[in-house]
Structures are given as C-alpha cells and as structure tokens.
Design a protein around this ligand. Structure first.
Ligand code: PLP
Length: 400
C-alpha cells in the first residue's frame, strides 16, 4: 500500500465519522471515460459509476466544459432571483417527460422529502387532509427522517425512532397486498421501477399498472422514485416509460447532473397544487452550476444517442452474464434493466468478488453478501463491455 493511501486512511479513521465503515482501500486521483486512475496511474474500469451517478463517465468534455464555463460566470445566487439555467433545465425536463412542473433540490432524499410533503400538502390544500403513505418492503428512499420512514427496510429506521408517522409497507410486486393497503385515507403510494438498493429487482409491468389503477380508484397520488433508474439508466430517460404508467410525482437525482449534486421533483399540474408559495424551498436547489451541469448531461444523452447505447450494451451485458451463468454455478440469477444489473450469487461471496475485481482493475458494487451490482456509465461501448465480461469471468474462476 502506498504511503499516501495509508495516510489518508489514518486521517479518515481519526477524523471522519465511521458511517461508511472500512472503505475499499483505494483513492482515485482522476478519471477519463469509463476509467478511474489511482495515484500510480493504474486504470480501473468503473462498472459502478459512483452508484449510478457518472452517466457520462469521468471528465466528459461536454460536462467539464459546461461546469467550468458556468463556474467562471456564476456558481450560485439565491432563489430570490430568476436563474437562467434553472429555467432552461425545468423546460427541458418537462419537454422530455410527463411532467408539467419541476422543483430542484440537492439530493435524492431531498427530492423524496419534497414528494412526501407535496402529497400531504395536496390533500391539505384541497381541505380533505390525508397523511397515509404506502411504500414497498425492500425499498430504499433515502436517509433523512421522512425518507427512512418511507424505506421498507427496518434496519434503516430502528436506531432512530420514533420515525415519521403515516407510513405502511407492502411486499413489492404483490398486487393484492397493494390493493388491500390503499384506501381513501392514502395520500400516496411510493414505488421504484426497480429496487436498486436491495439487489436490483425490477417491477412487473402489471404491478405498476395495477398501482396506477389503485391510486386512481382511491384518489391517492402515485410517486415514482427514479433516483436510481432515471436519466437514461434503463434505456429510456425514465424507467416508468417502459412500464406503461404515468406517475403524478417523480423524483430524480443521482445521474441528473453527472456527479454535481442535484435532485429534482417532476410533477403534473394537478399534483403541483400541493405546494403554495412559502410551502417549500431550498438554498442551493437549482443553482446555476448544478443546472448547467444537468443541462449538459441531458443534451449529451440526446446528441450522443446514449439511450440506444444503453439498450444495446445493456442487452449485450445481460446476455453475456446469462451465458456465464451456464458455466459458473456461483451465479444464480441475472436481473436488470438497461445498464442497471444485479448478479445474484449462490454463495455469500459478494465482498470477496468485489475485492478480487479491484485487484484486477475492475470496480463493481456489492449489495449485502450475495449480490453484485453494475451501474456503469451510459457511454460504455460494446468493446469495453466485452473486456469487462472477459476480466470478470476470469475473476470468478479464482473464487472458490
Ligand atoms: C440513492 C437513492 C436515494 C437517495 O438519494 P441520496 O442522493 O443519497 O439522498 C433514494 N432513492 C433511491 C431509489 C436511490 O437509489
């Protein structure tokens, strides 16, 4: 281990709160395309992309230019004033989606906070208050108080109770359970098109369509959390487009500005009535820097046809992993949409595989002990995907 790395680890252990536990023992000094480089200039193929954030990879010329041009002019001014790139980004997101209106914040959790408040405000301002929100087991919606309350995994809530009241949880992809849980007291249902944080479990199309019908029948709003699945990750700008369902509220973050922190809530005109002036806001949300970065990401997705690339390279990867599964008993299942892929293992070796990949210059994610997650940049080429498969299959051969 080089001295500088050991020094950084020592500082981290001494001064940084231990929320991330022992991290992967490496730090990167720069990146280019789908590669990250360590201090010795050793390349690592980045197949996790900052957890579905680096949609354009690293140091993408269009994104770095947009950020540096904007930084030279204006990084931040208050939302007291009109903001040029914020107006353009709002227009672009509306033009590219179901939405009529947009709100900007700084993270996924904040976007979901806004969505939860909006759903309650919607019924309050109609003078027919409702507060109950139904979410799915194994979901993940963030780390703030309201979003851990929305998250259907007890381990995120237990130390921090009492959590925000009004949330209940149903098994994912179970239409009857959802039907039984939603009634005229429900203000919203929150669902992910694929549950990314619990192992990449895609929703059934029939389930999403039933969720839409159940919401329509009871008046509840349908909130789709596309923080991980959005911004081209699954081959359409948003994954719900493939499920044949239009939400009332959609939350976005992660890849939206390619690594610059931003969150967004996209809503219909009807849902937008849930916030009156003064009901919500943000100091940083939608500032000139973040909005210019997000505009560059959305433009690159269009200009460079990254949605088609995501579909074709995603299919290639999934097929290659399915083939690998035939000869590798360690792989028990391959799931995913586009370039969001979960590889289930028949043994609890995810962390071991992740370390072995690192040694071979491959960055993959692990979820729990038995799932490997891939969420590479959307610029991944077929030949890069092919070299990943070759390298990954060699690594798996070394795992006993
Ligand atoms: C990452 C994620 C969040 C939380 O986003 P942060 O930016 O970490 O607050 C919420 N929902 C889903 C589906 C996510 O993947």
């Amino acid at each position: 281990m080089n001295n500088q790395l050991q020094h950084i680890i020592d500082l981290d252990e001494k001064y940084y709160m231990g929320v991330f536990g022992k991290r992967t023992p490496i730090y990167f000094t720069h990146g280019k395309g789908i590669y990250l480089y360590d201090a010795d200039n050793k390349p690592y193929m980045d197949m996790i992309g900052g957890i579905a954030v680096n949609a354009l990879g690293h140091a993408h010329p269009k994104l770095t230019k947009a950020i540096s041009d904007q930084a030279e002019k204006l990084i931040h001014c208050s939302n007291y004033y009109y903001i040029e790139s914020q107006a353009w980004l709002a227009e672009k997101l509306v033009n590219m989606s179901f939405a009529d209106k947009v709100f900007f914040c700084n993270s996924g959790a904040e976007a979901n906070e806004a969505a939860i408040k909006l759903a309650r405000g919607y019924f309050y301002h109609k003078s027919a208050p409702r507060s109950n929100i139904v979410t799915a087991l194994k979901s993940f919606h963030g780390r703030t108080m309201a979003t851990i309350s929305a998250t259907g995994q007890e381990k995120f809530r237990t130390p921090f109770g009492p959590t925000v009241p009004g949330f209940s949880y149903v098994p994912f992809n179970d239409i009857d359970a959802l039907k039984a849980a939603v009634d005229e007291s429900t203000c919203a249902v929150i669902l992910e098109p694929a549950q990314g944080e619990s192992g990449v479990f895609p929703a059934d199309k029939a389930y999403f369509q039933a969720a839409r019908e159940i919401c329509d029948a009871t008046g509840a709003l349908l909130i789709v959390d596309e923080i991980q699945t959005g911004i081209g990750r699954t081959g359409t700008l948003f994954a719900h487009e493939q499920l044949g369902v239009i939400p009332d509220i959609l939350t976005s973050a992660k890849a939206l500005a390619g690594g610059v922190p931003i969150g967004a809530m996209l809503v219909t005109n009807d849902a937008a009535t849930g916030f009156h002036p003064g009901d919500h806001g943000s100091t940083f949300g939608g500032n000139p820097l973040a909005c210019s970065a997000a505009l560059a990401v959305l433009r690159a997705i269009e200009e460079d046809d990254l949605l088609s690339n995501t579909i074709s390279v995603g299919l290639f990867l999934k097929k290659a992993l399915e083939d690998l599964k035939q000869t590798t008993p360690l792989i028990s299942e391959v799931r995913g949409m586009g370039l969001l892929i979960g590889i289930s293992l028949s043994l609890p070796k995810a962390v071991e595989i992740k370390s072995a990949c690192l040694a071979e210059g491959l960055l993959v994610g692990s979820i729990g002990t038995d799932t490997i997650r891939l969420a590479p940049p959307l610029i991944l080429t077929m030949s890069e995907a092919n070299s990943f498969i070759n390298a990954f299959s060699s690594v798996l051969k070394t795992i006993q």
